[in-house]
Design a protein around this ligand. Structure first.
Ligand code: HDE
Length: 722
């Protein structure tokens, strides 16, 4: 019988020849279409609708092996979710090295022109698997490279620093941020007592807090985030020379975020917003792309910075060490099955290949233990590397044996080495044969539980971040902290946080305090840092406030980031708000103009079904006002009858909200009446604002506004001075 083919192949489905990993997965794909239903033992099933009973109305018989098999399998369908990063979305793609990569690393996947299949998983951190995509949170950015030398995992985040400096603190951090244990509230949110209590006594978190309170923590799309591998790593070149490196993923679409109020709305209107955005864009052929950048530091320059390269709460400012681009990542295929691939994929920062090595960053060192360990609970067996999505395309030969769910059938009687009876194979590989050998670093010291003094400054880079923000970004950080600390019930925690913020920047602390109705306390004589051992004097570990340090870095801002200099409307979504009788030619022209530049138009109307536009044409409506919301779009264009729409609360709300979220809003002359009706805060007529236009035939102003992005001046103008 001919093998059934996939019934709905998409444009993004590569042929096996294009992608070695896809070919590898093909042996596990099951299509089912057109086949007989069978049991798990291959038996064709005759009746899957009725259980086996003693008489039509009698009890079900224990003999019913088909019932038992089906129910038993169902009963065991769930596995434990990830303890962190539980909610995610995955995609297949490839990485391509540029010609300059090999000067830094001997890794095969970094040699000129080599294309390596990858699987990438993006995630939120704190929320459970079923939580919302738009939580204020760090985003995971993990990439599994199926290299010819084995698996290399890049297990990073969209923020380049972390909350803590030492892995031993990780369980406390996670316990503090997860829902409080007595009532499991709140879900996917850091705005509660335990998180801020922990932060307020751990000043090493202050730099990370600045990032998490910024718009980086509410991305517009997984496709529009940077990625970082946080720690300093080592790259080893062909001569064996080691250099320090920080890795960056730079998104081709720039860095984009949503407004906080918008994030809250999206969480209700479409909690799968980021997952859907990734999936739909890949299906549509809008393949997301990032460039891989490296900041390389020569071994001899290790101590030339005012911070320690081994401290994961520090960046290397791009002004000090520029980022060199060495390759690109393209995601071009959706998973066939969420559970089999996205849920079962298992990343590990310890999965490395020759040409990459670790540093002594104490956060990284602890991670090297954690990731295999956690898979044993989550995936249930040391054989998780055999699950198809985790399987290396480089062959595996070793003397590890057995365990739950073992798939490999090791032939022969030898499972040990060295041996003579099996020609001493599988044999060790020399480095010249691709064998991995750790970088030989001289290590010398006392066995000691302590934090290096070089890790003490917790405020300078937090302040650098604050200084680097555009005015609107500062306002967003202040509002985020007012929200988060406003949800904290213990006033002592609010007070301590204000104190910590005052050591970053007075203006920041004062404005947050105003929102909380509190005064900023004095830091005089207060113990700031509780992250010390019982016999350790905390005084030398009190980091000094960074006042006076006024340096800036554009790469820390979204608004001023060089990646956002190129304005484009590519992959943006526009809602065309229309009514029956609307100008069909205007809709067609606008749709065409948007599509020509890579954007998408969706028709939104008061009802679903067909829209009867001028010229007797009927158009299919994508959404009714009840099934969508303006928060799901990047811009709104009113083409319908503005008089009719202004009578409908949902339509007025649609425009008001888009305006409030600082998005481009436009109308044809016929639709203008809706814009006149919409008013921000009940006061201001939006027609006079920036980013609001009345379209002529070309819609040029709207297209320019859409490319510009957000008109944050509207928010700045409306900002109460307190
Ligand atoms: Fe993770 N982290 N982590 N982490 N992490 C996990 O591994 C851990 C840290 C990151 O999509 C877990 O398979 C410790 C930093 C991502 O599957 C677990 C410490 C960074 C993902 C774990 C950290 C990350 C994880 C949970 C401090 C950015 C999701 C499930 C020492 C560089 C990967 C799992 C995916 C997942 C431990 C800190 C990134 C428990 C102990 C820093 C993207 O092993």
């Amino acid at each position: 019988m001919a093998k059934p083919t996939k019934t709905n192949p998409t444009s993004s489905t590569p042929t096996p020849a294009q992608d070695a990993k896809s070919a590898d997965l093909e042996q596990n794909r099951e299509y089912g279409h057109g086949e007989f239903l069978t049991s798990n033992q291959g038996l064709r099933v005759n009746d899957d609708q009725n259980s086996l009973k003693g008489g039509e109305r009698g009890p079900t018989l224990l003999e019913d092996f088909l019932l038992r098999e089906k129910i038993t399998h169902f009963d065991h369908e769930r596995i434990p979710e990830r303890v962190v990063h539980a909610r995610g979305a995955g995609a297949h793609g490839y990485f391509e090295a540029f010609d300059n990569a090999s000067q830094y690393s001997r890794a095969h996947f970094l040699q000129p022109g080599v294309r390596t299949p990858v699987f990438t998983r993006f995630s939120t951190v704190a929320g459970f698997r079923g939580s919302t995509d738009l939580a204020r949170d760090v985003r995971g950015f993990a990439v599994k490279f199926y290299t010819q030398e084995g698996i290399y995992d890049f297990v990073g985040n969209n923020i380049p620093v972390f909350f803590i400096q030492d892995a031993i603190k990780f369980p406390d951090l996670v316990h503090a941020v997860k829902p409080e244990p007595h009532n499991e509230i709140p879900q996917a949110a850091s705005a509660h007592d335990t998180f801020w209590d922990f932060i307020s006594v751990n000043p090493e978190a202050m730099h990370m807090i600045m990032w998490v309170m910024s718009d980086r923590a509410i991305p517009r799309s997984y496709r529009m985030m940077e990625g970082f591998n946080v720690h300093t790593w080592r790259l080893i070149d062909a001569e064996g020379k080691s250099r320090f490196v920080k890795f960056h993923w730079k998104p081709k679409l720039g860095i984009k975020s949503v407004a906080w109020d918008e994030a809250l709305q999206i969480s209700g209107k479409d909690p799968d917003f980021h997952r859907r955005d990734l999936f739909e864009n890949i299906e549509a052929g809008n393949f997301p792309e990032w460039e891989l950048g490296v900041q390389v530091v020569e071994q001899e320059d290790e101590f030339k910075f005012g911070f320690d390269l081994l401290d994961a709460t520090k960046i290397i400012p791009e002004e000090l060490v520029p980022v060199t681009i060495i390759g690109r990542l393209v995601l071009n295929r959706n998973p066939d099955n969420y559970f089999a691939e996205t849920e079962q994929v298992a990343f590990h920062p310890g999965h490395i290949v020759p040409g990459i090595d670790f540093t002594n960053d104490p956060l990284l060192q602890g991670r090297l233990f954690s990731y295999t360990d956690t898979q044993l609970t989550r995936l249930g067996s040391p054989n998780f590397h055999e699950i198809p999505i985790n399987r290396s395309i480089a062959p595996i030969h070793n003397n590890q044996r057995d365990g739950h769910m073992r798939q490999q059938i090791n032939v022969g009687k030898f499972s040990y080495g060295p041996n003579l009876l099996n020609d001493n194979t599988p044999k060790q590989a020399k480095q010249s044969e691709g064998g991995f050998a750790s970088h030989q670093e001289r290590v010398d010291g006392h066995k000691i539980r302590a934090r290096s003094k070089s890790f003490v400054d917790h405020y300078s880079q937090a302040r650098l971040f604050w200084n680097s923000q555009a005015d609107i970004e500062k306002v967003h950080i202040i509002k985020a902290l007012r929200f988060e600390l406003g949800k904290v019930e213990a006033e002592s925690v609010r007070q301590r946080m204000l104190l910590q913020l005052s050591l970053v920047a007075d203006e920041l602390a004062t404005r947050v305090a105003q929102g909380l109705g509190l005064e900023v306390p004095s830091a005089e004589g207060v113990q700031l840092n509780y992250s010390v051992g019982a016999d350790t004097d905390p005084a030398p570990l009190q980091s000094k406030p960074a006042t006076g340090n006024e340096s800036k870095s554009d790469a820390l801002s979204i608004e001023n980031h060089p990646l956002n200099a190129n304005k484009s409307i590519e992959t943006k979504q526009v809602a065309i708000l229309a009514t029956d009788g609307a100008d069909g030619a205007a809709i067609a022209a606008l749709t065409k103009a948007l599509q020509a530049q890579g954007a998408t138009a969706k028709l939104v109307a008061p009802h679903l079904g067909q829209l009867k536009v001028s010229g007797g044409v009927a158009l299919t409506i994508d959404f009714s006002l009840q099934t969508t919301a303006s928060v799901l779009f990047d811009g709104v264009y009113v083409v319908g009858d503005g008089q009719v729409l202004s009578q409908q609360h949902d339509a007025v709300h649609f425009v008001n909200e888009a305006f409030r979220h600082c998005k481009p809003v436009a109308a044809t002359a016929a639709g203008q009446a809706l814009l006149s009706e919409a008013a921000y805060g009940g006061a201001k007529n939006i027609l006079t604002s920036t980013g609001v236009s009345i379209g002529d035939g070309s819609h040029a102003q709207f297209l320019a506004d859409l490319a510009f992005g957000r008109f944050w001046t509207r928010e700045l103008e409306s900002e109460p001075k307190v």
